[in-house]
Design a protein around this ligand. Structure first.
Ligand code: PHE
Length: 339
């Protein structure tokens, strides 16, 4: 009997498994009706009383060891098992929460979509530009204040390499590579060395428009922008053009739309004027056409440029441009995507 007890003690000590069925098999092999330990206890009943003291203690130790081992193994198996048990594969998946588009992207897409309907195609250009595309080709005189360090970010203190201050640089690139007729809009990021405030930022977005063909007139410009204003701000929107100045357009104008908040009656958004300024525009200056090799005797054209953030502020009644750059999720969550 002693040998059997010793043998079983060794078996119990070396047994291990990560399979619950194998553990149960092991338990039954020891404690089942015909289990080795059960049988030893049966045998133990029949041995003479004087020998009982000899075997009783080792037999009990074996039994307790075996019970402890089984419990320990079953505990660890249960732990690893609950991970699996915690997943109910029949449940429907939890929904993926998708983000919303940034209001600047939404307004940009909407502007592009309106002009695409008029046959404009999208073009883009680099954000790091040279003096020619941002200023010289656009008829900026050498002493123009926009070329000043105070307005323009130059790179590596090189006066020829700069961050574009407007997307008008893209119209130069398009005209250099394409023969008229040209009908293009160019959305993109621009950079100006300005103090950040509720009304202005040093990085913002513009959309540039350019239309070059034979016999393009100021009336075409006006009608195109009128269509845009009504599509963007609603059918009741009125526009007005005020004379202005840009080196690359002649004549130049600034366009106002009737205030989308008060309908032109006067409110704090339009500073009680009834009008909101939204873009600059004009007929492309013949000097610009000549500088890119387009015959200004044969072709005329118009151009316009608008700030996307400004339109977003007006459209959504946002009072501080900085909100558009801070990416506060509580702010962004309010915008349901439309485009
Ligand atoms: N580039 C001008 C600006 O940044 C806007 C503009 C574009 C004006 C095209 C006229 C024609 O203010």
């Amino acid at each position: 009997m002693n040998d059997r007890i010793n043998q079983l003690t060794a078996e119990v000590a070396s047994f291990t498994t990560d399979n619950p069925a194998k553990l149960e098999e092991f338990r039954i092999s020891l404690f089942g009706k015909k289990g080795s330990i059960t049988l030893l206890f049966e045998e133990f009943k029949n041995i003479p009383p004087q020998e009982k003291r000899l075997f009783g203690q080792p037999l009990n130790v074996l039994k307790n060891n075996a019970l402890e081992k089984i419990k320990a193994l079953s505990d660890t198996l249960q732990k690893t098992h609950t991970v699996d048990a915690g997943i109910d594969y029949s449940l429907p998946g939890s929904p993926l929460i998708s983000g919303t588009r940034h209001p600047v992207s939404m307004v940009k897409n909407q502007i592009c979509e309106i002009f695409k309907r008029l046959g404009f195609v999208i073009s883009t250009g680099p954000e790091i530009e040279d003096d020619w595309h941002v200023f010289s080709a656009l008829n900026f005189p050498p002493e123009h204040p926009a070329r000043d360090m105070q307005d323009t970010f130059f790179l590596n203190q090189n006066p020829d390499i700069l961050l574009r201050t407007h997307t008008s640089s893209v119209q130069v690139r398009v005209m250099e590579h394409q023969k008229p007729p040209i009908r293009t809009i160019s959305p993109g990021r621009v950079f100006r060395n300005e103090a950040i405030s509720a009304r202005s930022h040093c990085i913002f977005h513009q959309v540039e428009g350019l239309y070059i063909d034979k016999n393009v007139s100021f009336a075409d410009l006006r009608q195109t922008l009128f269509f845009f204003a009504q599509e963007m701000f609603g059918r009741d929107t009125k526009i007005r053009l005020r004379p202005s100045y840009f080196p690359f357009t002649e004549p130049s104008a600034e366009m106002d739309v009737s205030c989308s908040l008060c309908g032109g009656k006067g409110c704090t958004l339009c500073k009680h004027t009834g009008w909101l300024e939204i873009l600059g525009c004009g007929m492309v200056d013949p000097n610009v056409l000549d500088s890119v090799g387009i015959n200004s005797q044969e072709y005329t054209g118009f151009a316009f440029g608008m700030g996307i953030e400004r339109i977003a502020l007006l459209k959504y009644g946002i009072r501080d441009i900085r909100l558009l750059f801070e990416n506060d999720v509580r702010f962004l969550k309010q915008f349901e995507p439309t485009v």
